[in-house]
Design a protein around this ligand. Structure first.
Ligand code: 1GP
Length: 249
């Protein structure tokens, strides 16, 4: 394991983790800097940076630089394609959208980005990425065939296949801003068959959401919208504190 992946595993031995996702298309470097500093103060475990549209180039560079300057949390890229890479990040979820209909999102973007990751010496963490209904923007852009919410077994089969293909994390994604998070029974079904850590994100906004998702078996819980759209830094802090309480107990 590399540095960030080791950090994740060491922390997971003690507790469940909370990662905050910042989309450079939605937050300015100044906002990202303040949010990241606050995330570290309240006990967030890592910051993920990425998005499906516009999270590239200078905008991405500046947001990651700002986060690195204001906090010591690991910054992990969560790219929409090979465009979502910046040399300022610590690690990258080197992910394959396993239930896409378009090979670009399964292996194409990965091939186009591989040399860049190597050149910048960003730590790649192989991850199976699965889109669950409704899938929201990432489901549409990623040309996914979203896994039906009432078919936990399909999610479990894809997750196990991801593990057998060598992926060291599985991410169940309902889509950013989803009205409801991934169903609890689906989280349980996936957790019961895999040995690698399980990440769950999309539509997790409250203490209850976070608690349910964690208790159903998610090892790492990702929230984006709840923090980005909080309106003020004080409100974002309040929301984060209650999410973390739900996750870590
Ligand atoms: C999206 O899972 C993440 O990729 C976070 O979703 O914005 O709904 O928290 P939210």
């Amino acid at each position: 394991f590399g540095r960030v992946e080791s950090y994740i595993h060491e922390k997971l031995e003690k507790e469940k983790l909370h990662f905050v996702l910042l989309d450079p298309d939605d937050v300015s470097p100044e906002e990202a800097s303040k949010i990241a500093q606050m995330c570290e103060e309240v006990g967030v475990d890592a910051v993920m940076v990425g998005g499906s549209t516009g999270a590239e180039g200078e905008v991405l560079d500046e947001v990651v630089k700002a986060i690195k300057e204001s906090s010591s949390l690991p910054v992990i890229l969560f790219p929409g394609s090979h465009g979502g890479i910046t040399k300022y990040a610590d690690a990258i979820f080197f992910m394959s959208l396993l239930n896409s209909r378009n090979p670009f999102f399964i292996t194409g973007a990965q091939a186009l980005g591989a040399f860049t990751v190597k050149r910048y010496r960003i730590e790649p963490i192989p991850m199976a990425y699965l889109i669950i209904e409704p899938g929201e923007t990432v489901g549409w852009v990623g040309d996914a065939k979203p896994i039906p919410r009432h078919k936990p077994k399909i999610a479990a089969a894809y997750a196990l296949a991801g593990q057998y293909l060598g992926m060291r994390l599985v991410y169940l994604e309902a889509g950013s801003g989803a009205p409801e998070h991934v169903p609890n029974d689906m989280i349980r079904a996936v957790k019961s068959v895999i040995d690698v850590p399980l990440i769950v994100g999309g539509g997790i906004r409250t203490y209850e959401d976070a608690r349910e998702v964690a208790q159903s078996g998610a090892d790492i819980i990702v929230t984006g919208t709840a923090i980005e759209k909080a309106g003020s830094l004080e409100e974002a802090r309040k929301r984060l504190e209650s999410l973390i309480k739900g996750i870590k107990g």
